[in-house]
Write a protein that binds this ligand. Structure first.
Ligand SMILES: Cc1cc2nc3c(=O)[nH]c(=O)nc-3n(C[C@H](O)[C@H](O)[C@H](O)COP(=O)(O)OP(=O)(O)OC[C@H]3O[C@@H](n4cnc5c(N)ncnc54)[C@H](O)[C@@H]3O)c2cc1C
Length: 379
């Protein structure tokens, strides 16, 4: 057998691992380079919608994912005092689920065949005349590849090489997240709206819940000297049950500033292309960033399975993935603005709108994102 072509995936997140699992041609050798020293647990939950679960089904991973996750059978929108603004029950051929990020990552990781290199941070990419590429790493190593897949997240170095559109854009609010075992049954998912603040609760499994809370504040605002938990108690301590209890009982709380990028086409240069957050980072208001990372990674691999490492493969991938991801990024940004409203008159209007919109119509508005089946695309 002739030498196999070598593909480097930069970044061992959801996108990189999904791509590795989806690339089925045996004439490619996969090498994944991850800057973290190890894939240690990330203490947060992730919602996975039917549009990504169909991919996991096609990849043979659905059952294991379902065994490790909780389902959203009912979702409430509420006010901070607990008044119900809307109630919906997602219905689809796949459930809407929530899983610990470490579990989703772990399932993907153990189901791929690839050479994995931790503590390898991409520093630079050099195009050689023959279509190959040299990758230079921070640790001084250089390696030559036939293709490079940039799956290195929102701050992507590979994107810098291809698009170079500066830093991600801060959208005016920060988010705290935690995972906690509750000693009471919640039995639903919810999103609660306050004044420039929101809290979401998502069921993982066996009484473990993920929660997130947002607040309008400065980029990377430090919680000291007050301390994170104290601050969250001040912000959300009088919100409805079980929000204060969940926050109180959470040991490890993560905090991020929410950013995205203006959708930008042109993801490929030679044999280097982008997937996941490196290509289309989005705010998490639709819970779709990871889902479209899964979709896109799968689609690119499918295109390469069919057309090889060729311009056609990259072109077909972007033809489908760019418009879809652009719509989701823009819609998510819009939802975030509505969610973070702090003007009392607009809050009252928003709440009335939530209340009078029949859940069937609300579900239909978002269904177009969740009912998409990349697995059925004829490429
Ligand atoms: C608060 C929050 C909540 C979210 N909730 C949801 C949700 O409920 N559902 C959902 O679908 N999505 C959600 N998302 C979005 C989701 O987390 C991302 O879209 C998803 O993780 C993207 O996967 P990725 O593999 O493209 O990037 P990442 O997960 O960022 O992985 C990139 C990997 O590349 C590595 N890397 C970075 N730079 C380099 C380098 N120079 N060299 C080598 N390796 C490098 C990183 O260490 C990392 O492991 C949320 C995002 C946030 C911020």
């Amino acid at each position: 057998m002739r030498d196999r072509k070598k593909i480097a995936i930069i970044g061992g997140g959801i996108a990189g691992l999904t791509f590795a699992r989806s690339l089925t041609r045996e004439d490619y050798e996969i090498h994944i380079f991850e800057k973290k020293e190890s894939f240690k647990e990330i203490g947060a939950a992730i919602s996975v919608f039917p549009n990504a679960l169909c991919v996991m089904d096609d990849l043979g991973l659905l059952e294991e994912i379902l065994q490790n996750s909780g389902q959203f059978k009912t979702v409430y929108l509420k006010t901070s005092k607990g008044k119900i603004l809307s109630k919906s029950k997602p219905k689809s051929d796949y459930p809407v689920i929530c899983i610990h990020r470490a579990d989703l990552h772990g399932i993907l990781l153990k189901n791929i065949e690839a050479n994995i290199y931790n503590d390898f941070t991409l520093k630079n990419i050099v195009h050689l005349g023959n279509g190959q590429v040299t990758i230079q790493f921070e640790n001084g190593e250089n390696k030559v590849f036939d293709a490079v897949i940039g799956a290195d997240g929102i701050h992507s170095e590979v994107r810098k090489h291809i698009i170079n559109d500066g830093e991600p854009i801060f959208r005016g609010y920060n988010i705290w997240r935690g995972v906690v075992k509750a000693n009471f049954e919640i039995g639903y998912g919810s999103e609660t709206y306050g004044k420039g603040k929101r809290v979401g609760i998502v069921p993982i499994k066996d009484g473990v819940y993920g929660w997130w809370a947002t607040c309008n504040e400065a980029f990377l605002q430090d919680d000291s000297p007050e301390g994170t938990k104290q601050k969250l108690k001040r912000l959300f301590g009088n919100w409805h049950h079980p929000i204060p209890e969940l926050i109180e009982n959470t040991e490890e709380i993560l905090k991020n500033s929410l950013t995205d990028r203006i959708p930008h086409s042109g993801w490929t240069k030679g044999n280097i292309t982008l997937i996941g957050d490196a290509a289309h980072p989005t705010t998490p208001n639709l819970g779709q960033g990871g889902c479209i990372a899964i979709e896109g990674a799968y689609l690119l691999a499918k295109c390469i399975n069919k057309y090889g490492l060729s311009p056609k493969a990259y072109e077909v991938y972007e033809k489908y993935q760019f418009p879809r991801s652009k719509e989701i990024v823009n819609e998510s940004l819009k939802l975030g603005k509505i969610g973070q409203i702090s003007n009392p008159i607009l809050i009252a209007l928003r709440n009335v709108l939530f209340k009078i919109t029949p859940s069937s119509i609300a579900m239909r508005m978002i269904d177009k994102y969740f009912s998409y089946r990349v697995t059925e695309l004829k490429i």
